[in-house]
Design a protein around this ligand. Structure first.
Ligand SMILES: [Zn+2]
Length: 218
């Protein structure tokens, strides 16, 4: 797998639009934009992904293409309508390209899905049942976001131990996290196309992709 090198930016505060003429600080607008390649790749919004493996194969391919195109880390996700089996919103990890630590693939997919339906609760009244498919089991942050998202099911490819094995930190996640989701009415299906999902992670490691992590005491 060929990796497009990302240009790393410094941590200095940008001076271009930060102070108004009156001297007030102007904060940047919140901007979440999917990479062009992704919008082109998913060109048929009506496409049906009948089996759970079909849906996982799509998000694993998104995780691979995200690395190849240099737009972020090796993680993909998608929110699917469980009745029509259609993709509502894709997500890829945009941490590096956006310089926002919380733009994990799952969070990106959840934000886009909620903006698309115009509701902060995907499990709200009159909504179809939605499913979150993630190429790797959720980190502590994404796990925390799932009960608020309103999805009814989580499908995972690689395990968090697979992500840890290549150096990613999944954060302080509770041991029985899938049980905790189930107790809130969210079904969890694990190990779907795990080998394919793990391959993207190991290829990333072998190509010396950037590993970024949460604070862990250092
Ligand atoms: Zn995450």
């Amino acid at each position: 797998m060929k990796i497009h090198p990302l240009k790393m930016k410094t941590g200095k505060i940008r001076t271009d639009s930060k102070i108004s003429k009156r001297g007030d600080r102007i904060y940047p607008k919140f901007d979440l934009k999917l990479p062009h390649w992704l919008e082109e790749y998913i060109s048929d919004p009506g496409k049906i992904y009948p089996a759970v493996e079909d849906r996982m194969k799509l998000v694993v391919e998104l995780s691979r293409l995200n690395v190849v195109n240099g737009t972020g880390g090796p993680f993909g996700a998608g929110i699917f309508d469980m009745e029509t089996k259609r993709l509502l919103a894709p997500g890829v990890n945009l941490v590096e390209s956006s310089n926002v630590s919380i733009f994990h693939a799952e969070v990106v997919a959840i934000i886009l899905a909620q903006l698309m339906v115009g509701q902060y609760d995907l499990g709200g009244e009159g909504m179809p049942r939605y499913e979150l498919v993630a190429s790797t089991e959720p980190c502590a942050m994404c796990f925390g976001a799932i009960p608020w998202s309103g999805v009814r099911q989580l499908v995972c490819g690689a395990r968090d131990e697979d992500a840890r094995r290549i150096g990613f930190d999944e954060g302080p996640k509770m041991e029985n996290w899938s049980k905790a989701l189930k107790s809130r009415g969210i079904d969890v299906i694990k190990d779907v196309c795990r080998d394919e999902a793990v391959k993207v992670l190991t290829d990333y490691l072998e190509n010396a992709g950037l590993i970024y992590n949460s604070r862990s005491g250092n």
